[in-house]
Design a protein around this ligand. Structure first.
Ligand code: THU
Length: 160
C-alpha cells in the first residue's frame, strides 16, 4: 500500500493588500454580480477574466426554472471570453458572490464543474489561470485550477 498526499496551496490577501491590477479584477467581478439573474437562489455571483492582451470580460450566473439549464458566473465569463476572443488566453479569473444585501465574508470556491472548465481552458491554451476568490474577510489567490482540483482529468488522461 502506498499513500499520496496532494497539497492545495493558496494565499489570502486583505482587499487593501491586493495589487492594483488584482483589485481592479476583483472589482469587476463584484460589479458583475449586478448582472446576475438569480431569482431562484438569490445568490448573485460575478466573475471577471483577464485575457493575455489585457482585455477584461465579465460574466454572472444565469438561472433557469429547470435548474441544470442555468450556468455559473465562472463559465459564463470563461466561455464568453473564449468565444469572443479565441486567440487570447485567459490569464486570471476573479470571482465574487453577493447575497442578502452583502458580499460574502468567505470566498466561494468555484463548483466542481467550473473547476473542470478552468482546467480545460488551461490545457487548451497551455498556460495556468491565476484565480482570485473574493471574500470581504480575505481574497484567496491560487496560481492555477490545479490547486483547486487534485487528481485532474484532462485530455492527457485519455492517452496511454
Ligand atoms: N454559482 C456560481 O455562479 N458560481 C459558483 O462558483 C457556485 C455557484 C451559482 C449557481 C447558481 O445560480 C447559484 O450560484 C446557487 O448555486
Amino acid at each position: 500500500m502506498k499513500e499520496k498526499e496532494i497539497i492545495c496551496k493558496f494565499k489570502i490577501y486583505g482587499y487593501e493588500e491586493l495589487a492594483d491590477s488584482d483589485r481592479e479584477l476583483v472589482d469587476r467581478a463584484k460589479d458583475a454580480t449586478r448582472t446576475s439573474y438569480a431569482p431562484y437562489s438569490e445568490f448573485r455571483v460575478g466573475a471577471a477574466a483577464r485575457l493575455s492582451d489585457g482585455t477584461i470580460v465579465t460574466g454572472s450566473n444565469q438561472e433557469n426554472a429547470a435548474f441544470p439549464s442555468g450556468t455559473c458566473a465562472e463559465r459564463t465569463a470563461l466561455f464568453y471570453a473564449n468565444a469572443a476572443h479565441p486567440d487570447e488566453s485567459v490569464v486570471e479569473l476573479a470571482v465574487a458572490a453577493y447575497t442578502n444585501g452583502t458580499f460574502l465574508k468567505a470566498p466561494i470556491p468555484p463548483c466542481g464543474a467550473c473547476r473542470q472548465v478552468i482546467l480545460g481552458i488551461e490545457e487548451r491554451y497551455k498556460r495556468p489561470i491565476r484565480i482570485l476568490l473574493f471574500g470581504t474577510e480575505g481574497t484567496y489567490v491560487t496560481d492555477s485550477a490545479k490547486a483547486l482540483l487534485p487528481l485532474q482529468f484532462t485530455g492527457e488522461s485519455m492517452k496511454e
